[in-house]
Each structure stands twice: as C-alpha cells, then as structure tokens.
Design a binder for this molecule. Structure first.
Ligand SMILES: [Zn+2]
Length: 257
C-alpha cells in the first residue's frame, strides 16, 4: 500500500516537472523585454495564434495574430455581440517592431515630403496623434486590437455609435478595456487622441504595462526616424503610461484576475 502511495506521489511530481518544462519552453512566448518592444516574430512563439478569417476584415485577405487568451476572449465577445445584432471585426491586431516601423516610416516620409522644414520632433508628434513609435506600441503585445474602423467619425453616429456604446457597456465582461479613452472625461489627460476602436485584453496587458514601466527606458527606444527625440516628447510617460485610469486600475477593480 505504502509502495503504491510513493509511486503515485513520484508520478505526480514527474507530471508537474514535465508541465513546468513544457510551459518554460523557449518557443512558447518571447522573453518579456523582446515581447513588450515587439522584437520578435510571432510565428516563432506558440502563444500567438492566427485569427480566424471570419473575425477579420476578410476582403483584404490579411491574416492577423493575437495572444491566444486575447483571441479566445475576443471570440466570446464577438459571439455575444452578434446575438445583440452588433458585428465586431478586427481590422488590426498584433504588429511587431518591423511592422510598426513600416507604418511609422511611411507616415514620417509623407509628412516630411509635405513640409521639408518640419523638424523630426514635430513630425513625430504629428504622427503620435494616433500612431505609436515602434517599441512603444501596445500592438506589439498581441493583447491589443483595432475593431471595425480607425476613423473617429465612424463611431460618432449610426451603426458605429451603436457598436461603440455596446463595447463601452460590455467589453469589460470579456476582459477588455479601452486604453485611449476621451482626454476630457477625467480618465486620462494626455497621449494619443481618443481611439474608440482600440481595445486591450487586460488580464495580460495589465502586467506587460507594469513590466514596461519598470524595465524599459529611452535607450530601448531606437532604430527608426525621430527616435532620438523620444525622451524629449516623453513617449514613455505621456504615451505608453498615460492610458485610461480604468485600465491602469484593472487589477484593483477586477480582483478575480
Ligand atoms: Zn490600435
């Protein structure tokens, strides 16, 4: 009897060890620093999954990726919204550093061509009305997504307003928060303009933001046009860290996570 008990205890320990090894597998998720800076290829890490095409703007034929937990939560939210006659479609999801850099450099060049006298700092600030510097984007994390449209006007009336109101009422039940809330309602006072479309899966992004705050500094923000001005612009304090208070206090509000 005792022998059997020892056998089972040993077996349980072995199972625990093998689980620990499999979850520490280096291909499961990127090292935190690379992860928050977007310095990885999502296909190399099993924690990131392709978004099924019925959840995306299918016509463009683009495949998106998200952290698996964020994806599952979005799938659940999509289904619930559908029951309420609201369609939620991803139009952007995970973007790593090279992806964000392509967006950034295209905008940078476009503004520079329009007015060659503008300084790098002016150009960067103009882009940062809505778009993040590479290494500072929440889209690097696989937890954040843009839903239905990136035009503010779309959400101001009609179907867009119905969708936005639905998200404001229901998204939190699925773990989502809107980091770029209005700048005049007391939820935040600086950073990007209001983005009704950008939603973040807090059970993961809450911790990635904490990691970013404690481990990333301006030496890590480099490798693109205008990066030398990141500290002058306060890209970390005024943009990365200045999000909706409701998202910043997520842990306190939702103790179950
Ligand atoms: Zn976004």
């Amino acid at each position: 009897m005792q022998k059997q008990l020892i056998f089972f205890i040993l077996l349980a320990i072995l199972i625990q060890i093998s689980f620990a090894f499999s979850s520490n597998n280096s291909t499961y998720e990127p090292a935190k620093k690379d992860w928050v800076l977007g310095m990885y290829e999502p296909q190399d890490f099993s924690v990131f999954k392709n978004v099924p095409q019925n959840l995306t703007n299918y016509e463009t034929g683009k495949l998106y990726m998200l952290h698996q937990d964020a994806l599952h939560a979005f799938e659940r939210m999509h289904l619930k919204a559908k029951k309420d006659n609201v369609t939620l479609i991803l139009i952007s999801a995970l973007r790593n550093f090279p992806y964000q850099k392509r967006i950034w450099e295209a905008k940078f060049q476009q503004i520079k061509n329009g007015d060659p006298l503008k300084t790098d700092e002016q150009i960067a600030l103009e882009i940062m009305t809505y778009s993040a510097m590479p290494t500072t984007s929440r889209h690097h994390w696989g937890t954040d997504m843009d839903i239905n449209s990136v035009e503010p006007e779309y959400f101001e009336s009609g179907q867009g307003l119905i969708e936005y109101n639905w998200l404001k009422k229901n998204a939190k039940r699925f773990g989502f928060c809107q980091p770029y809330s209005p700048k005049n309602d007391g939820s935040r006072d600086r950073g990007y303009n209001l983005e009704q479309w950008h939603w973040s899966y807090m059970p993961i992004s809450y911790y990635l933001l904490k990691y970013y705050r404690d481990n990333i500094n301006y030496h890590n923000i480099q490798g693109f046009s205008g990066s030398q001005d990141a500290s002058k612009i306060h890209s970390i304090e005024d943009y990365v860290l200045s999000i909706n208070k409701e998202c910043l206090n997520w842990k306190q509000v939702h103790e179950s996570y």
